[in-house]
Design a protein around this ligand. Structure first.
Ligand SMILES: [Zn+2]
Length: 221
């Protein structure tokens, strides 16, 4: 992807990005009509996918613009019912400009089982994310949805929502999507590893190198 594609600097370009990423995520089975939502924060406005419209069939005019209190300022459609999760993330964590929430099957399986995604055997997971913590359950579409997230959002870019799904944040929508995609892939590998008898841990000295990488944010993919 060319850098220009990521440097959206007008509302029209941001809507285009959201539609593009929605389609990719739909094709990958990470979102659908009723599950998942994508938003971008730009100049005190949040551009978000509409409620109950399939993410594979979105067009730019369907993207809803809301203010930081959740009031619709532009758009014919209702914003995603989980907009409060997005607004809370922007409020709590400065510097992020996109939030993506998905019900991608493998990460969501960990969330439904109430198990954080963590490993001592998969270097990318350790060095890139540390772990993916599990936020306490909150009823979808209510204020409760973000209560559990508050505890983790400053330290982790990807968070499981107990009995619900997964969310990620990034400096732009592509970054948030790439992280979510990576975590979904890792969740799949770890689940399959369990079918093969469980993971084979790396030795402590090798793990320490990965922990240091995570701390320094040295691993860039
Ligand atoms: Zn959801």
């Amino acid at each position: 992807m060319k850098d220009e594609a990521r440097n959206a600097c007008t509302p029209a370009q941001i809507k285009k990005q959201i539609v593009e990423i929605s389609k990719i995520m739909y094709d990958k089975g990470m979102v659908n009509a009723f599950e998942g939502n994508i938003s971008v924060l730009f100049q005190d406005k949040v551009y978000i996918t509409p409620s109950a419209i399939c993410k594979g069939f979105l067009t730019e005019d369907m993207i809803v613009t809301i203010d930081l209190f959740g009031n619709v300022v532009e758009g014919e459609y209702k914003p995603s019912s989980e907009f409060k999760l997005h607004l809370a993330a922007y409020r709590i964590r400065p510097g992020i400009n996109s939030v993506i929430h998905a019900h991608s099957p493998y990460a969501t399986a960990f969330a439904v089982a109430n198990k954080p995604i963590e490993t001592k055997a998969y270097p990318e997971m350790i060095a890139l994310f540390g772990k993916v913590p599990l936020a306490d359950y909150g009823t979808p579409s209510t204020d409760e949805i973000y209560y559990g997230v508050e505890k983790h959002i400053l330290d982790y870019d990807v968070i499981l929502l107990a009995n619900h799904g997964v969310m990620s944040v990034g400096k732009d929508a592509y970054e948030a999507f790439f992280k979510l995609e990576s975590v979904e892939c890792i969740a799949k590998v770890l689940l399959l590893t369990n079918l093969l008898g469980g993971e084979k841990s790396l030795p402590e000295d090798k793990l320490n190198i990965l922990y240091a990488m995570r701390e320094k944010g040295k691993v860039q993919k």
